[in-house]
Design a protein around this ligand. Structure first.
Ligand code: WTA
Length: 693
């Protein structure tokens, strides 16, 4: 109770005009926060005292400044913490987020000339960090590891950058990267950035079809991969997957000049890797011969940095495009404050660089801060469920950032795997990718963090580039399961169905007002889709696709996607993509996919499938349907359940009623609601009776 009181005191000194910032109206009332019914977890006094943002008061002061004068707020940071070859023009930013006013357009630091690789490496080395460890690498197999200092990393990056240039990669060219978590993955990203090439990393769990689809979309000349990777006990032959993808993409008229292949020595021998002379090159044969210095390609802040494909509710994956300057400033600043970064920290983010978290918070955000980063190749539960904590102890990790699905799965495996290790180096924990349920939050907090490490539950998206709603450890009392408050410069709004902004305690659709430096600028090759997907439904705002509640204290609670996107273990999967993979199976006539609650994965994939006439449903067919999805998307998108549906519930106009399917999938068939618009009401009973077939 004395902790609660301490906080109430600090709240009493809030600036009186802070109340103008509507989302904080309630939060500034100390009594509300301190009331007994609130389930608050307060940062320790010691933690807060040394934190970058030590109090709600400090947060409010900075937040207010960031909203009232974004140009000044962000340009102060951009100028004091980054290197610009040339300053931007008169305007720090310009934006049009309203379709009625012409094309949607966001620009930050336009005219500013910089390079993000230079800012990650050269600038930090010049500041004396050359001998600091930049990357620790831990192999899938315990006992194998490596590390690179900032200077060594720069050398490696330059050699690859020179090699890419000699192959003919130029500023603005796309480079597709299909690598697992080897040091070569961040090296490749940084090398592309150094020469102004646009990397498009494809998560190495995607199938050859998905890889081919991305290659066809962005048309690179070079693909970078490795022969194979071990994940847990399994060896995955990545080069074979790339070979198959390249055959597919060639059919669509996109052929590759060079496939640069890293020899991951712990896996396959060179001799057993299939090879196409003239196209394929071993990394180890060519890259090390290049000089260890490489001129920087200076780029405009608005030049593209990378493309990353992500799933939407309809159609093909979207190529989210991020540019250089704003993304740089935003990822570095969010990293610094949301994890309360200190120079002595050792930081480990378990995400793969194939997803946005690995872009912003394995590579760019931490490196821009000169942080020491752990990169782990393997599975978090290999050889057993204690591996993560073994790694934490081995490298004395202080900041550990992961996904709720990992927390839940380790929680199921038992506390003894955690308590076997000391974990005393840990200072801050982080979570991202999906809502973290309060019981997982508590286990993470109490057991893993020994009740002393604040949890930064960071809400954000591929599109947002960096954290949008996140606790700042040390500043706020936390509520398990809430991402708390917006980051500096971010104005979340909750709207109703009609797009009216709702104030105070409420629930609705989460939108964002105004732009922020890390926002994506377009969908590659399809600006119209960018505008319609994100800016049409609620005019004047960026629509996130998420549902959200705001409680009486102003805390934000993300409730998950409100569109047809499923979040499986933190991986975004469009129901339409899974459906299209299923119907590509010759015996599948129609498919409808919905998400269902899943104890470990957050959501599971539940597929209703109608098969073609004359074929009977069997176990063999079920397996082959699942195989079709694995082959077309990747193993992570395999349906958890196939529900045979002789027919699907449709409206008279032929639209599938997913609301009903969701109820049947979650075994809530007594809550079907109004079924009067169904064309054939009998379909529902039939489906319910087949649920356990
Ligand atoms: C969800 C991953 C609740 C959300 C960084 C969002 C979250 C989608 C959180 C983006 C969180 C991400 N709490 N939900 N802390 N973080 N999400 O693009 O539904 O892979 O729209 O980016 O993940 O997924 P994406």
């Amino acid at each position: 109770n004395h902790l609660r009181l301490r906080h109430v005191e600090s709240m009493a000194s809030f600036p009186s005009d802070a109340g103008k910032i509507s989302h904080l109206n309630a939060a500034i009332l100390g009594e509300a926060l301190a009331s007994e019914e609130n389930d608050l977890v307060l940062p320790s006094h010691d933690f807060s005292r040394q934190a970058l943002i030590p109090s709600p008061h400090k947060y409010l002061e900075m937040y207010k400044r960031s909203i009232e004068d974004p140009a000044e707020f962000w340009s102060d940071i951009a100028l004091s913490e980054f290197y610009w070859k040339q300053r931007w023009g008169d305007q720090v930013y310009s934006e049009n987020l309203h379709l009625n006013k012409g094309d949607i357009k966001i620009q930050w630091f336009k005219g500013g000339i910089t390079n993000i690789c230079y800012n990650c490496l050269d600038r930090n080395i010049d500041a004396g960090l050359g001998d600091k460890i930049a990357l620790y690498w831990e192999s899938n197999e315990p006992g194998f590891d490596a590390h690179l200092t900032y200077s060594q990393l720069l050398h490696r990056v330059c050699q690859l950058a020179n090699c890419l240039k000699s192959i003919g990669v130029r500023k603005g060219d796309a480079v597709v990267v299909y690598l697992p978590m080897l040091l070569e993955l961040p090296i490749t990203m940084l090398a592309c950035a150094r020469i102004g090439a646009v990397h498009s990393v494809v998560f190495a769990g995607f199938s050859s079809d998905s890889l081919a689809q991305r290659i066809v979309d962005c048309k690179p000349n070079v693909v970078i991969t490795c022969n194979a990777v071990k994940r847990g006990p399994k060896t995955i032959h990545l080069k074979d997957i790339v070979d198959a993808a390249l055959i597919e993409s060639a059919k669509d008229g996109v052929s590759i000049d060079v496939c640069l292949t890293y020899e991951n020595q712990s896996t396959l021998k060179r001799e057993s890797t299939k090879w196409q002379e003239g196209r394929d090159m071993w990394w180890q044969d060519v890259v090390p011969i290049y000089p260890t210095t490489c001129e920087v390609e200076w780029v405009d802040a608005e030049d593209p940095l990378f493309l990353l494909y992500t799933s939407g509710s309809t159609g093909r994956p979207k190529g989210v495009l991020h540019t250089t300057g704003g993304y740089m400033v935003y990822t570095a600043t969010t990293f610094k404050y949301a994890f309360d970064y200190k120079e002595s920290d050792v930081y480990w983010c378990t995400a793969d660089c194939g997803w946005i978290t690995g872009h912003s918070y394995v590579t760019y955000g931490p490196m821009l801060n000169g942080a020491t980063v752990v990169v782990y190749e393997g599975a978090p539960n290999y050889p057993d469920s204690g591996r993560s904590w073994d790694i934490v102890d081995k490298y004395k990790v202080t900041i550990f950032y992961t996904a709720p699905t990992l927390v839940r799965s380790l929680m199921c495996d038992g506390d003894e795997y955690v308590t076997r290790y000391s974990r005393k180096s840990l200072r801050v924990l982080g979570s991202a990718g999906e809502p973290i349920n309060p019981s997982a939050w508590r286990w993470f907090f109490n057991l893993v963090g020994g009740s002393r490490c604040p949890i930064s539950d960071t809400w954000w998206q591929t599109e947002t580039g960096g954290f949008m709603i996140t606790p700042l450890p040390g500043a706020w009392p936390q509520k398990p399961g809430s991402a708390t408050f917006p980051f500096f410069g971010v104005q979340p709004v909750i709207v109703d169905e009609k797009g009216n902004e709702i104030d105070g305690e409420c629930s609705g659709y989460l939108c964002v007002k105004g732009s922020w430096p890390g926002a994506f600028r377009t969908l590659y090759g399809d600006h119209e889709r960018y505008e319609t997907t994100y800016f049409r439904q609620f005019p004047g705002y960026y629509f996130t696709g998420d549902g959200c509640n705001r409680d009486k204290d102003g805390y934000y609670w993300l409730t998950g996607r409100v569109d047809d996107v499923i979040n499986v273990s933190g991986h975004r999967i469009g129901t339409a993509e899974v459906e299209s993979a299923l119907v590509s199976h010759p015996q599948c006539a129609e498919a409808a996919v919905v998400g269902v609650e899943h104890e470990v994965k957050g959501q599971g994939i539940y597929a209703f499938v109608t098969i073609v006439e004359g074929v009977s449903y069997s176990e063999q067919l079920r397996k082959s349907l699942i195989r079709a999805v694995r082959n077309q998307i990747g193993a992570f998108a395999a349906p958890d359940k196939i529900h045979w549906a002789p027919s699907l519930p449709k409206t008279r106009s032929g639209k599938i009623m997913r609301r009903i399917l969701r109820k049947i999938a979650s075994r809530q068939s007594d809550e079907l609601g109004d079924t009067s618009s169904l064309a054939e009401p009998g379909v529902v009973d039939q489906l319910i009776s087949l649920a356990d077939c």
